[in-house]
Design a protein around this ligand. Structure first.
Ligand code: HEM
Length: 474
């Protein structure tokens, strides 16, 4: 497989990095006519259905599903594509038994310029080798070290909320986002909080914002221009830090990546470690922020569940503010169920794009090689046939007997198959630690009638930051 040059290097023009032209090894788009037989819409001239999809993805998808059924055609970013909806579709695409789909060619057009060669953008054997190498960072010993760092940082930050006031208002999403950036500096990178961590966070935030900007060329004064500059800074910085971490490894995730080896015992090359680390920061950051915010919003509306989780947290750690030991995390079972329910209601990764490498058929429709294929976790998570009263927050949907009775791919917030989220256990751990420190310190309520509006894309977030009322209880 031809490898992609990082943004602005290797003779490939930045503007081509995300296109078929810049990637001759990609399976060619079969042309609009090849998809004529799939029911669906082409939208408006030139822009197709792009803006309808971006403006309200959930409403657009529900309308299309109602009108055309679980296999429908759209037209976005200049090409037709096919959406497959339902648990069978999730299984076909995510489990990908027959290696029909490419992640690189699905995600590449969106992410290649800023996050090239991240694990999620790799395919098949090359992906397997690097995934195996990186798994070392999620073994129990390093996880225990991250757990200690997370406890320390989250305890200090949540204690400082409201500057000692007994009651105060807090934009929960903004507070969790800031906290997640801080914890990433210490547990992912092993650097202390301070001006250096702030500079890195600034560069990283510019990259994340650029990932979904409609202007895809890195022109000066555009979000993409700032994103590409942010990437350049991070690449330089990580490359320097790598030598240091290889000489004197710490307890952070970057040290684990720095020393990760492939099957043949060789260290991952420096530029590969750097690309994986930059991608991982992106994969971890907004997803944790989004899902924990959803959990807290649900708990603000369901005080009985808030009390149950608080009692569980106190019983697990012994007292408010005390660290939750790594060995005790598994005892926070209700927190786990509630987190799963939050992920069902608002899955942080609303789309998982792929490109078909070969022709295939699904539910009687022929789909040719080169077609852009998508699945829709949020629609499946809200299907009343799978989830009775889907709008109700009910963590008990995830008791083992209920899980066993459901389609295995009815719940896919972490994806599935070979690309199943590598940080799943890290995310679950961080959420439990967050839940412990937030809920044992504060009673959380929302003003009567308050209904925040959520921005669905690219990663769900409340538009106003989620304004909640906190009362200090310890
Ligand atoms: C609640 C939080 C999270 C959610 C919902 C989530 C969701 C996902 C999903 C859906 C995928 C697969 C995408 C696809 O197949 O196209 C994925 C992949 C990935 N995630 Fe997560 N993620 C979360 C947190 C994290 C964290 C904390 C980390 C790292 C510490 C992480 C690292 C990764 C990596 C490296 C991949 C690529 C795996 C591969 O392609 O082999 N994620 N994540």
């Amino acid at each position: 497989m031809a490898s992609l040059a990082p943004a602005g290097q290797g003779g490939l023009r930045a503007a081509d990095i995300q296109t078929d032209r810049g990637n001759p090894h990609w399976t060619r788009y079969p042309g609009d006519r090849a998809l004529d037989a799939i029911p669906g819409e082409d939208g408006w001239p030139l822009v197709g259905t792009t803006f309808m999809q971006l403006a309200d993805p959930d409403r657009f998808a529900r309308t299309m599903l109602a009108q055309y059924g679980p296999v429908y055609r759209t037209r976005s970013f200049g090409q037709r594509g096919v959406e497959l909806v339902g648990p069978d579709a999730n299984e076909l695409v995510l489990f990908d038994r027959e290696r029909l789909f490419s992640n690189e060619q699905g995600w590449g057009p969106l992410l290649n310029l800023l996050f090239p060669r991240g694990l999620m953008l790799m395919d098949h054997e090359a992906h397997r080798i690097d995934r195996r190498a990186l798994q070392v960072a999620f073994k129990p010993e390093p996880m225990k070290a991250y757990c200690d760092l997370l406890n320390r940082d989250i305890a200090a930050a949540t204690q400082a909320w409201g500057a000692g006031a007994d009651r105060f208002g807090l934009r929960m999403y903004d507070a969790i986002k800031a906290l997640t950036l801080q914890t990433a500096a210490t547990s992912f990178l092993g650097i202390p909080l301070g001006p250096e961590a702030d500079r890195l966070n600034h560069a990283f935030t510019a990259m994340v914002q650029a990932a979904v900007t409609p202007i895809r060329r890195p022109l000066p004064f555009t979000a993409m221009g700032r994103g590409v500059a942010g990437r350049r800074m991070l690449v330089d910085w990580f490359t320097r830090l790598l030598a240091e971490r290889r000489a004197r490894p710490g307890q952070d995730m970057f040290s684990q990546f720095a020393l990760a080896t492939r099957d043949d015992g060789s260290l991952l090359p420096a530029d590969v470690v750097v690309d994986h680390m930059i991608f991982l920061l992106m994969a971890a950051h907004d997803t944790i922020t989004s899902s924990f915010t959803t959990l807290i919003w649900q708990l603000a509306q369901n005080p009985d569940w808030q009390d149950r989780l608080r009692s569980e947290a106190l019983a697990t750690a012994g007292a408010a503010g005390r660290a939750v030991a790594y060995a005790d995390l598994a005892r926070m079972e209700l927190t786990e169920l509630a987190f799963k329910e939050a992920l069902r209601i608002m899955p942080p990764v609303p789309a998982m794009p792929r490109r078909a490498l070969r022709d295939f058929s699904f539910k009687g429709h022929h789909i040719p090689a080169g077609t852009n294929v998508g699945i829709n976790p949020a629609l499946v998570h809200a299907d009343p046939a799978l989830w009775p009263e889907p709008d109700r927050f009910d963590p008990l949907r995830f008791t083992p007997d209920k899980v066993a009775a459901r389609h295995k791919y009815a719940w896919v917030p972490f994806g599935g198959g070979a690309h199943m989220c590598l940080g799943l256990h890290f995310a679950t751990m961080q959420t439990r630690i967050l839940a412990h420190h937030v809920l044992t310190r504060y009673q959380i309520t929302a003003a009567p009638g308050y209904r925040p509006r959520w921005q669905a894309w690219p990663i769900p977030r409340p538009r106003d930051g989620l304004q909640l009322e906190l009362r200090r209880i310890c």
